[in-house]
Design a protein around this ligand. Sequence first.
Ligand code: IMP
Ligand code: MG
Length: 183
Amino acid sequence: MHPHIDRILYTEEMIAQRNKEMGQAITEEYRDKVGEEGIVLVSVLRGAAIFMADLARCIDLPLEMDYMAVSSYGNGTTSSGRVRMLKDLSTDIEGRHVVIAEDILDSGLTLQHLLTILGQRKPASIQVVALLRKDTPNQIDIPCFQTGFVCPNEFVAGYGLDYAEHYRNLPYIGVLKPEVYAK
Ligand code: IMP
Ligand code: MG
């Protein structure tokens, strides 16, 4: 285990199992709704890129993968309350079935903002699949079609999730030792 990780919450195997289940649920949900054009799977960079890459391979439907980047965190561990769009989609989503793959839902601000922006583009539908939903007080009520795990209100890292751009390549998700970011 990485020395900065206090304890592992979700192992590589647990994540792979949930991805398989969520991929199957997505496949069933959209099988009769989409034709050859398939769904548009949207990942919120950078944290959700690893999750989306794995989830996509668990979905048995035609799909396009596209990326957006937003930032609300800077290098801290608590939400700044502001969401900045850093990169927009390349795909025109009008009339398309969109699935947003998000790494973690914390305050809910990021997803609220994205749902508002993407909703204005007249997609046929938009749903959210979140790998983690943090048990955060006063979280904005964001409906998730699928949630991988409900995680404790602690700062977690690994499997795409970073602290100051580190730890994204850990294959598991664990709680970061508070002394790492207290410094
Ligand atoms: P929200 O806008 O507060 O819901 O925050 C969502 C974003 O904050 C996520 O997409 C993550 O990039 C980041 N985030 C929230 N909690 C954590 C965490 O515990 N570890 C790493 N990143 C986090
Ligand atoms: Mg993120």
